[in-house]
Design a protein around this ligand. Structure first.
Ligand code: NAP
Length: 266
């Protein structure tokens, strides 16, 4: 695990704006690409400094965060390693001094028929998509409770937190489990001023969905059921992320907010 920092170019805080994240530090997992990168940049645009976690380069997120005038700390880590969640939170605290917001975004999907689905593909998604977010949340909440402060935890769920999906056994299990854990943690920590909520993205243009978009039939079927008539872009998640990370959502606990172009309404 290595850390690095980028330049500090502070913008004036707007304390009267309930959506302002000035003075806050957000730890965002899976910040190298896709939704995590989009969320990191949106939180920075609202005023937060960002600690971005991934195995590969987070240079693009760093560019977006520093362009918004905020600090970016790169933290290179393989979250699948044992005890890594606690290590990552300790490193983030060392680099940024505090963590107010955790975005549990890093995730993987494994696709195969249920008849042949392997134990390895089961364990991989359950580990990164469910166990890791729980232990990251635990490590972040421990330091918040110790410091006597509240905070915000945002889990990135999925349409498969509500629906069954197909050929995604471990992903469906992990994202359905993540919805349950979101509610459990909200129940346990709401009185401590820690808001735990989730965002359920619909179908977004990222590496995670490349296989669906290159399959002409699946692409057509998916687009045909999205009322908005298009795939989501990572920047489409920014508003929900800023809301759930900010004081504007202080009385919001245990919800799963769909950002899906209307998919669930269909
Ligand atoms: P993506 O483009 O595949 O990005 C996944 C991110 O997770 C990358 O930054 C990756 O970074 C990181 N990651 C993967 N394994 C990791 C590990 N072992 N340790 C640390 N970081 C790791 O996926 P995405 O579409 O942006 O998805 C982000 C989240 O949204 C996931 O939880 C996904 O399930 C969820 N989601 C996505 C969609 C969608 O339509 N795209 C829909 C619903 C939910 P490195 O490879 O650099 O480590």
């Amino acid at each position: 695990m290595t850390t690095g920092t980028a330049s500090d170019n502070m913008t004036a805080p707007n304390t009267s704006n309930p959506f302002s994240l000035h003075g806050k530090v957000a730890l965002v997992t899976g910040a190298s690409t896709g939704l995590g990168q989009g969320i990191a940049i949106a939180l920075a645009q609202a005023g937060a400094d960002v600690v971005g976690v991934a195995r590969s380069s987070t240079a693009d997120a760093e560019r977006g965060v520093t362009a918004a005038g905020r600090k970016f700390h790169a933290l290179h880590s393989d979250l699948e390693r044992r005890n890594e969640p606690a290590n990552v939170v300790a490193q983030a605290l060392k680099a940024a001094g505090r963590v107010d917001i955790l975005v549990n975004n890093a995730g993987i999907i494994r696709r195969d028929d249920a008849l042949t689905f392997s134990e390895e593909d089961w364990d991989a998604a359950l580990n990164l998509n469910l166990k890791v977010p729980f232990f990251l949340a635990q490590a972040v909440a421990k330091q918040l409770v110790q410091a006597g402060r509240g905070g915000k935890i945002i889990n990135i769920a999925s349409m498969l937190s509500f629906q069954g999906g197909i050929r995604t056994a471990s992903y469906t299990a992990s994202k359905s489990g993540l919805a349950g854990i979101t509610r459990l943690l909200a129940n346990e920590w709401a009185t401590r001023g820690i808001n735990v909520n989730a965002i359920a993205p619909g179908y977004f243009e990222t590496n995670n969905t490349a296989a669906l978009r290159t399959d002409e039939q699946r692409n057509r079927d998916i687009l045909g059921r999205i009322p908005a008539g298009r795939w989501g872009k990572p920047s489409d998640l920014g508003g929900a992320a800023v809301f759930l990370a900010s004081a504007a959502s202080d009385y919001v606990h245990g919800t799963i907010v769909p950002v899906d172009g209307g998919w669930l309404a269909r």
